[in-house]
Design a protein around this ligand. Sequence first.
Ligand code: GCB
Length: 576
Amino acid sequence: MLYPQSNPFRQSVDLSGIWDFRFDPEHHGAASGWTNGLTNARPIAVPASWNDQFEDGRDYLGDAWYQTRFDLPLGFDPARQQIRLRFGSVNYIAEAWLNGGRLGLHEGGHLPFEFDVTAHLKREGNVLVVRVNGELAFDRVPPGNIAPELTIAKEEKFPAASFDFFPFCGIHRPVVLYAIPRDALDDVTVTTDLADTRGIVRVRVARAMRDGVARAALTGHGANISAETSGDELELNVPNAALWAPGAPNLYDLTIQVVRNGTTFDRYTLPIGIRTIRVTGDALLLNGKPVYLKGFGRHEDFAISGRGLAPAVNVKDFALMQWINANSFRTSHYPYSEQQMDLADRLGILVIDETPAVGLFFAEQGLARRFELCRQMTRELIARDKNHPCVIAWSVANEPNSVHPNAPAFFRNLYDLAKSLDATRPVTLVSNKGLQEESFDFMDLLCLNRYYGWYTQIGQIELGAGELSQELDAMYAKWHKPLIFTEFGADTLPGHHAQPPEMFSEEYQVEMLTRDIQVLRSKPFVVGEHVWNMCDFKTAQGVRRVNGMNYKGVFTRDRRPKMAAHRLRELWVAKG
Ligand code: GCB
């Protein structure tokens, strides 16, 4: 799926702004004709979660309706072009109507979808209506509201998520109307390889026009290389390629044109990075050299806008990652915005790209549905992010309740699916099951979450560090695969101090992270340390979540450093 862009062959317009909105707890919107337009609506910002925009409805997750009106901008021509409406993400179900005509429905909260709206458009006075539903259910992904008999005991929380972040709902990323030629380029897939100092860029195009040629041009870093094909694939060779890596995020511009009889019908440009990523023995190799990941599990979360796209917050987060000497993050626990992926490409930050499959369970009830949704989300994620050099691995799930006979086959299937869609990147699963995680038999690398000295060995950092050391050694003895420690951390109230360190104090977070990192660095097979979490973030309410917050951030929710941020900055400057 190509992100909309504007050039002499393509136009796009962002419909973000203030829309109309109504809650519909009785589900009577459709029967009341809201598909044609809303009455008695209130204003709402798009993109943003609805939960924190009003004085009511914070915990409301049910049906809600959005509406906006627009005229076709000059240059959009439904008689000559194909016009599409693209939603960056809507949590969780979106059903859309344009001028009363139903466009379709999409399930899944963090990935884009689009509709061909050419036949529905008027030149002026278009009415777009979207029904959104964010309820938690056992047969959704991620699942929620799980009956206790279906899974392991869950701590009580409200709303009843099976995951530890607030179930924000709404239109979370931009809604873009875009026009492309009828003979458009549908898709581009780029993979890169190295032969000594030569970069090899392989390009596969999908295009509606079967005759004519696809032409590719690569520019940047002194290169100006082109090739064309009457088929679907071509290769560009780049002598002395400027490779993409953290610290040197070299990007080239790849421009694809669709040409017939010397006339160009479509054109698309995307930034690409030439790099390789491989797992060999104990090591994770970027461009053939071992790479050690330093960084965080994160969230898309901010005051008032909730999980909605917040460009200034994104820029700030990347600035903080650079300040603290991080080189990577994981998109825990769902795909992040395209804007974040673009920033990571541009600033040289490595990404473990995770699907929305957090807190899965494997009892039969709803299993077939959860499985199909996981497959759909894996396909959608790889389709969206496959061309980003920043993405170095796909994570198919976080902390599934996987000590269950149904789990290994479930994940084998997702692993094979990811590999069939992208043979170039490692595939992993993020687990808190350690030696019991059977799917680690076939995953390319191991990702482990552990809270020694926090949820276990409470208050005893040294004891926890000893347990960590033993478990890491046992996992290596069992699998002989590289391991990334993807979560470790301590809730920390900013401004709370204790000597000797005590849980919830800034000193405790500093000591625990420092001690765990010492252990990690004593193990040659550990290839990364991702602290949980970069920033404090909103959760459901529960007795373990004071103020409805997870305070394991190294920065506060408003991005101020705790003591641990300064310590990590020192620990991360030295480690390459
Ligand atoms: C975990 C989860 C993460 C939680 C974290 C915690 O293992 O993967 O979503 O927020 O623990 O703080 O408990």
